[in-house]
Design a protein around this ligand. Structure first.
Ligand code: GDP
Ligand code: MG
Length: 733
């Protein structure tokens, strides 16, 4: 045999332990600031209700459904004002206390509200309702609100003031945040403690925990969004719900809005939802009877909610209250006195006489005197209200289940927090952690590939430069050979051939003179051609160098772009690589001032090509001198051979110098390329190191998150077990 209380106590401890674990996990994961706040608030609320084992039965329903009246009838006293104008803005807590003979009110934030009241007074705030309690306080400069009160009259006055201050504060945007932050937990709301008549009569034994009924403003009553959110949060915190529907207006729009909200939240309440169909006294023969009403509510109005017919009660809160109060009064005071007749007593008398009670009527006055008759009426009214059935089954059940239900509700809420906040966030964290790792790993692979590419780029450039250096002297020779073999200079003296053959000495002399002049002309022409050739060599080498440089720049740039795009995004290599410059162009362009005009033939200015001097003095040797020939011509083969020989013999050093110079430039260029490559390599290495470090970090995080997730699964399993144990306790009751 197990003991109910010990199981509840153990479950309570287990639940608190779960709360502790969830709190610890929530600190370690990436909940957004806002989410974290909501989570902590929700967790704290569950913790509070579990620690105190508070069963919070929130009474919800549209304005004027009869919520306050129903609560009053449960308490057996007009503990709540039932107002004709919608005034309630905040939930009011009414706590059952077996040992309380009267009423005890406490409000934790009385000081804060006194200050707000004083502020309103300081601003000379003008109220539209001059008769309101707040207006009177402002007029009397009575600005202190009490933390504790014992008279219903004072309590109602303070509740009205607190509600009005909230409304004014929010409407006038004085400090709505302060209001929102004040009402976060159950203990923040004004609470009235009293002994619930109906519960006292149940004479229950062995229950653990507190039974608290909360009067909430109707869904259509707390119009300001800030107030609505306070009420919504309070309802979410409650461990059981009492939905009050209005029998006379069962299918109204406002009601249906409320109901769809209930349907939505029903999964949180399971067997902790009770429905009262109030104003059942308005039933006539044509309207739905009890059974039909219950069916209608279950099958039509609350379709989709897990709810048994035993949890739906057509009642008349007003008749219950009138009947109950009258019986109390008659038992304690004897009879109603005309001189001290209270409003509710008039209502009761009205009711007993079908609304025609008239104090000036002798007969009606007699009914007051007749205690037996009045008592009979009161009993009849109470009976017709069907409140006894409601209280006996519904409240009895709720009250006895304060302990288990509070913990079950807490567990339900914890499970929801677990699924909706912790697990979701953990899953997201886990996802992003493994995604980051994969991205980093991919990047490392790309970087390694980039480094391999860099090595091949480097050696490619090396090869290009070497082969260019090797080929450059051949290039010069080939060019000279090509140009000279195409040399076709023919300045003939052939026009004089006939006279040379037939003429005498004088003619011969003249012919020789002409031949000499022609030869000199030819030499000048050849020199001019050779000078052009010289320039051609310049250009040729320039072009060759430029295209080499361009080539190298292009492949280097391509490499840099590829590396940047694939592997180094976010690193600084890109700029360095793309800004990489070789200033070869200017050094190697031909200086136009160097061109020798053919008219300056006497000036044998040696041409310098990259430091190599080409002297054309030897040119005349290769012009034919035979005057008998038909034309003077150049022996090209000989010229080429000689040019090569001369170049090889006399200009070997200069050519070497040229190659040296080019090599130096190439080396210079290579140095630049290498330094760029070094930068790329270093940055790549840096990125790899960084990525690897981050990967380790992320892997640690991943491991941690996996552990947390499995812990959550354990908690969930554990809470299910606790819950099952509690249902066992409930079944035993
Ligand atoms: N006929 C009838 N009137 C009721 C009943 N319950 C409440 N009322 C009246 O309906 C009005 C609003 O009731 P109240 O409890 O303030 O509704 P609340 O806004 O839901 O709190 C009051 O005038 C009550 O007297 C009932 O069962 N039958
Ligand atoms: Mg009310």
């Amino acid at each position: 045999m197990y003991n109910k209380n010990s199981i509840i106590t153990a479950s309570k401890d287990a639940t608190l332990q779960i709360i502790g674990q969830m709190d610890a996990i929530s600190r370690e994961i990436n909940l957004e600031v806002n989410e974290k706040d909501l989570f902590n608030q929700a967790l704290l609320a569950v913790k509070n209700s579990t620690e105190k084992l508070n069963l919070i039965l929130s009474v919800v329903g549209v304005m004027k459904a009869g919520k306050s009246t129903l609560i009053n009838s449960i308490v057996g006293n007009q503990i709540l004002p039932s107002r004709s104008t919608p005034m309630t803005a905040l939930p009011t807590y009414i706590k059952h206390n077996d040992n309380c003979s009267g009423v005890v009110y406490h409000f934790k934030h009385a000081k804060l509200f006194s200050k707000m009241l004083a502020d309103l007074h300081g601003q000379n705030y003008v109220l539209t309702h001059e008769s309101s309690a707040l207006a009177k306080r402002l007029a009397n400069k009575s600005l202190k609100l009490d933390e504790h009160l014992n008279s219903l009259c004072d309590i109602h006055e303070q509740l009205e003031i607190i509600n009005d201050i909230c409304r004014i504060n929010i409407t006038n945007k004085i400090d709505p945040k302060a209001i929102l932050e004040t009402f976060r937990l159950d203990e923040d709301f004004p609470t009235i403690e009293t002994c619930f008549q109906s519960i006292k009569e149940l004479k229950l034994e062995g229950e653990i925990g507190n039974f608290i009924i909360v009067d909430t403003p109707g869904a259509n009553e707390a119009k300001l969004p800030e107030l609505k959110s306070i009420v919504d949060k309070q309802i979410k915190r409650s461990s059981a719900l009492l939905l009050v529907l209005n029998y006379t207006d069962l299918s109204s729009d406002a009601d249906s809005q409320m109901r769809s909200k209930i349907v939505e939240e029903a999964k949180d309440y399971q067997d902790r939802l009770i429905v009262a169909v109030n104003r059942f006294d308005a039933r006539d023969k044509k309207s739905m009877n009890k059974t039909e009403t219950i069916r209608y509510v279950k099958e039509e109005l609350l379709e989709g909610v897990v709810l048994d017919e035993e949890s739906i009660f057509p009642v008349s809160a007003r008749n219950a209250l009138l009947g109950g109060q009258s019986l109390n009064w008659l038992a304690l005071q004897g009879k109603f006195e005309l001189a001290t007749l209270q409003d509710w007593q008039r209502d009761f008398l009205d009711n007993t006489t079908s609304g025609e009670w008239d104090e000036d009527d002798e007969d009606d006055l007699e009914t007051i005197e007749n205690i037996e008759e009045t008592t009979r009426h009161a009993k009849k009214l109470l009976k017709s209200s069907r409140i006894a059935d409601f209280i006996n089954t519904a409240l009895n059940r709720a009250y006895q289940n304060v302990g288990p239900d509070t913990i079950i509700a807490a567990l339900g809420k914890l499970n929801r927090l677990l699924d909706e906040k912790l697990k979701l966030t953990l899953d997201a964290d886990l996802n992003s952690a493994s995604k980051t790792i994969n991205e980093l790993k991919e990047r490392v692979v790309l970087l390694e590939k980039a480094l391999i590419n860099l090595a091949s780029l480097s050696s490619n450039i090396d090869k290009k430069l070497n082969s260019w250096a090797e080929g450059s002297s051949d290039l010069v020779f080939e060019y000279i050979e090509e140009q000279i073999s195409q040399l076709n200079v023919s300045i003939g003296v052939e026009t004089n051939n006939e006279s040379v053959v037939s003429g005498g000495n004088k003619r011969k002399e003249k012919a020789e003179k002409e031949a000499k002049e022609a030869k000199e002309k030819l030499i000048v022409s050849i020199e001019t051609k050779l000078n052009e050739l010289n320039l051609g060599i310049d250009r040729k080498i320039n072009e060759s160098i430029l295209s080499l440089v361009k080539d190298i720049k292009i492949i280097t740039k391509e490499y840099a772009v590829e590396v940047e795009h694939d592997a180094l995004s976010g690193f600084e290599v890109r700029e360095l690589a793309l800004d990489f410059k070789v200033d070869l162009e200017e050094d190697f362009f031909v200086d136009n001032n160097d061109i020798i005009d053919s008219k300056q033939k006497k000036v044998k200015k040696p041409r310098e090509v990259f430091g190599m001097k080409l002297d054309w003095d030897w040119v005349p040797e290769f012009v034919n001198t035979e005057v008998t020939e038909t034309e003077y011509s150049v022996n090209r083969d000989l010229l080429i051979k000689h040019a090569k020989k001369v170049l090889e013999a006399t200009s070997k050093n200069q050519l070497d110098e040229l190659i040296n110079l080019l090599s130096r430039v190439v080396a210079e260029y290579e140095k630049d390329v290498r330094s760029m490559c070094d930068i790329v390599r270093n940055s790549s290495q840096l990125a790899i190191d960084k990525a690897s470090a981050t990967t380790y970090e992320q892997e640690d995080k991943l491991l941690f998150l996996r552990k947390q997730l499995s812990e959550l699964a354990e908690i969930k399993k554990y809470s299910k077990e606790v819950e099952q144990g509690l249902y066992l306790v409930k079944d035993e009751l």
